[in-house]
Write a protein that binds this ligand. Structure first.
Ligand code: SF4
Ligand code: MG
Length: 326
């Protein structure tokens, strides 16, 4: 099966703020990222803020052009943003982000907003559109009474359901979700995650699920890619990542997630500054915070190697172990 979306060695660089006496700097928000997501699959992209996850999501949708590398959508090159071909591709991919209030128009009813993409892309007859609104509202767990309300008359969870309904109305094949439940209460988060899972089972939509919250990711991801300062440092099936993380950064992230029925083991507390794309350390960008860094880590960037378990990992020490075992 060919992937729905595929990124090959994608980078995204933008000009930072120069100062009066400072030259313009270039920030590498995403660097040499390759990934793919298949139909019915959820790839979670995790990492702290500043790791480049959101920028990667924008690049996958064509909203931010890649400075190097290429993105393929359903076996075709992603066309430049704004082009007719891109608009056709874009109709099949949807973005959901953190703040449903910002995504919704305060003046329109929920039904009108869910219907909007169908009107824009002229999908179906007016009756079919009305039917689709009812259907997709039900799919996301909205009640018929919600449809005539305006965003401020709904709870945060209901608003995010409305945003999801609008995204799913046109039956996209790809959803990029950027922190879609981060603004919701924890009790509501689980319900909305279940809604995503149900929608995926029903429709086969491929999902890129961007989050800093591993507790959330645990309940939805099939595979997890861990980003640090623009690079993927580890990627593996979700159960493998949680049971046996190998990259020191992943180990630290996973060690902070409580697992029901299991005592918190040796928790790795990350020292040092959180990632700042404008001040990227040399060598392995994680080295100033890495509890097991060696001299080589300061000078040489570890490559992302594949090993068994369908895992990719970028760490000199893990590569050594791998080399020794081979
Ligand atoms: Fe730590 Fe070095 Fe591995 Fe980077 S390459 S994660 S600094 S051990
Ligand atoms: Mg972000």
């Amino acid at each position: 099966m060919s992937p729905i979306i595929e990124a090959n060695n994608v980078s995204r660089t933008y000009a930072g703020h120069g100062g009066l006496f400072r030259p313009k700097s270039y920030v590498r928000a995403v660097e040499d990222v390759s990934l793919s997501v298949e139909q019915g699959e959820t790839l979670a992209v995790i990492g702290e803020s500043g790791s480049g996850k959101s920028t990667l999501g924008q690049v996958l949708l064509g909203l931010a052009p890649a400075s190097a590398g290429d993105v393929r959508f359903r076996d075709a090159a992603l066309s430049p943003a704004g082009s007719r071909q891109w608009r056709e591709q874009r109709a099949e991919m949807q973005l959901i982000y953190q703040d449903p209030l910002a995504a919704l128009d305060p003046r329109l009813t929920i039904a009108e907003q869910i219907r909007e993409p169908l009107d824009i892309h002229q999908i179906g007859t007016p009756e079919e559109r009305a039917q689709r609104v009812d259907e997709v509202a039900r799919d996301v767990g909205l009640q018929p009474v919600h449809l005539s309300r305006r965003p401020h008359e709904l709870s945060g969870g209901q608003r995010q359901r409305a945003v999801i309904a609008r995204a799913m109305a046109s039956k996209p094949v790809l959803l990029v979700c950027d922190e879609p439940v981060s603004a919701l209460d924890v009790s509501i988060q689980a319900q909305v995650i279940n809604t995503f899972r149900r929608l995926q089972r029903m429709s086969g939509v491929a999902m890129v699920f961007i989050s800093h919250d591993l507790k959330v990711v645990r309940n939805i991801a099939h595979r997890v890619a861990v980003m640090y300062l623009g690079r993927i440092v580890e990627e593996a099936p979700a159960d493998v990542i949680f049971a046996n993380p190998q990259h020191p950064y992943t180990k630290a992230l996973v060690s902070s997630v409580p697992i029901p029925g299991k005592p918190l083991g040796d928790r790795v507390i990350l020292q040092g500054e959180p990632p700042n794309p404008a001040a990227r350390p040399s060598g392995c960008a994680f080295h100033p915070r890495c509890p097991v860094a060696v001299a080589q880590c300061r000078t040489s960037v570890p490559e992302l190697h594949s090993n068994a378990e369908h895992r990719r990992v970028a760490c000199h020490l893990v590569a050594e172990v791998r080399g020794a075992a081979a």
